[in-house]
Design a protein around this ligand. Structure first.
Ligand SMILES: Cc1cc2nc3c(=O)[nH]c(=O)nc-3n(C[C@H](O)[C@H](O)[C@H](O)COP(=O)(O)OP(=O)(O)OC[C@H]3O[C@@H](n4cnc5c(N)ncnc54)[C@H](O)[C@@H]3O)c2cc1C
Length: 404
């Protein structure tokens, strides 16, 4: 039995590892092994910010299996909100009470909403638009002054299209808050260590896979009994239509990694930007992990766009100029910047639009053709490393049940 796994992100690596004990497995990957979690090698840091959560059971199990559990660091990550050019920490109840841009009543409603969202079945709200849902539940003020800036920072130009289910799911899943903030995890010195361990012993061909149906499945001119496709569906072209896979729209990520002599804030890891700026969040990695590990302060400026969006199609130099000019508006002295590296991902996640649930791809889409990854069930209503590892495990189980 010969199986092709397309893509060496976390889904592809997990699938390949699970199947390699039972069949000959060849992985196809034209770009960095690790996909979206791949590393900027010079500083052993992800090109795109990454952290994990306590309830990421599949990811934590994989970290343990790879012998990296002792490198996992858990900490409270401080968050903040930048509004009217000023950064407000928003962690403790006291800081939240002091935040001047929401009324006391709005803060109470927000707290109640967090509790309520945990009890709701978010899937029931898949056909409701996010602004519609928030307006009805929380009113115009919270929508405009609190949620829309967050949604814009997460979905860019597509913020209005997102389903209310996404927001409810997100609030319910990610509200693992302690008194002074949310606890998150990181593998000290980077997730690349996990990627390397997962890739060990696999046959990975550094080629873009071109797939055709013949008597079996042809990948780059070689016959396979089955294909597990873990790359973005948009890359499948006509084959997706032939196989009846619904069209999923993707968002793109644009991230600038900045090395500087100074920090923007003293101890905030994640600052959401409520003001209209070219990026939606500042993530100060060295306010979370030790500065000594890198010898320079590292921060990401993060934005989302679409494959044909104006931001995604700017040159790296143009993005750098735009981002640094907005960073100055937050009071950052850009003279202290030592380097800027811009990273882009064309397909960085599905847009969880209204009705998205009906587009979740089943693992088996045709005889011998399987799909897993960001559009699989474990990655709804939010894609994550945990969801991708789980999808890789589950698709491998399906392949074993069908063919091995
Ligand atoms: C900015 C950003 C921040 C994130 N932060 C977090 C976080 O903090 N925590 C978290 O849990 N998750 C985070 N994620 C999500 C997480 O990175 C992804 O959910 C996960 O890595 C996806 O893995 P995957 O294997 O499903 O897909 P991908 O990583 O996209 O892998 C797909 C692979 O397929 C390859 N490919 C494409 N076309 C072809 C082809 N024709 N032939 C062969 N290969 C092909 C690609 O090069 C890629 O390597 C973040 C993502 C982004 C973009």
């Amino acid at each position: 039995m010969k199986i092709a796994v397309v893509g060496a992100g976390l889904t592809g690596l997990k699938t390949a590892k699970e199947l390699a004990e039972h069949a000959k497995v060849v992985v196809f990957e034209p770009d960095d092994v690790g996909g979206l979690v791949a590393t900027f090698r010079e500083f052993s840091i992800e090109k795109f910010y990454h952290h994990c959560f306590r309830d990421d059971a599949f990811l934590l199990e994989e970290i343990k299996r790879c012998g990296l559990k002792s490198k996992l660091v858990w900490k409270i990550a401080k968050t903040g909100f930048a509004a009217n050019g000023k950064i407000y920490p928003l962690n403790t109840p006291f800081e939240i009470l002091r935040y001047p841009l929401l009324t006391f009543g709005e803060k109470i409603r927000l707290a109640r909403f967090t509790l309520k969202s945990r009890k709701l079945n978010y899937e029931d709200f898949d056909d409701v638009g996010v602004s519609e849902g928030i307006r009805e539940e929380l009113g115009e003020g919270l929508l405009e002054r609190f949620f829309m800036p967050l949604l814009r920072s997460k979905f860019g130009e597509n913020a209005e299209k997102v389903s209310y289910a996404w927001l409810l799911g997100r609030v319910a899943i990610r509200s693992n808050r302690k008194y002074s903030g949310e606890e998150i995890g990181y593998i000290r010195h980077g997730f690349q260590q996990l990627v390397d361990k997962m890739a060990e012993g696999l046959e990975i061909r550094r080629e873009r896979a071109r797939i055709r149906k013949n008597a079996r499945w042809d990948v780059n001119g070689e016959d396979f009994d089955a294909v597990v496709y873990t790359a973005p569906l948009s890359e499948l072209g006509e084959l997706a239509e032939k196989l009846g896979i619904p069209e999923v729209r993707y968002q793109s990520s644009v991230c600038a990694l900045i090395g500087a002599e100074e920090t923007l804030t003293e101890n905030i890891y994640w600052t959401n930007i409520a003001d209209k700026m070219s990026f939606g969040a500042v993530i100060e990695h060295t306010n979370f992990m030790p500065f000594e590990d890198y010898g320079i302060h590292l921060m990401y400026l993060a934005a989302y766009s679409t494959p044909d969006g104006w931001l995604f199609n700017l040159s790296d130099k143009e993005i750098e100029k735009l981002f640094l000019s907005d960073l100055r508006k937050l009071g950052f002295k850009t003279e202290s910047v030592r380097f800027v590296r811009v990273f882009k991902a064309k397909y960085s996640g599905p847009i969880y639009e209204k009705g998205y649930r009906r587009k979740i791809t089943p693992y088996r889409v045709a005889e011998g053709f399987y799909v897993a990854g960001m559009t699989s069930r474990p990655n709804y209503p939010e894609r994550s490393m945990n969801g991708s590892i789980r999808a890789g495990k589950e698709v491998a189980e399906q392949v074993k049940e069908d063919l091995l």
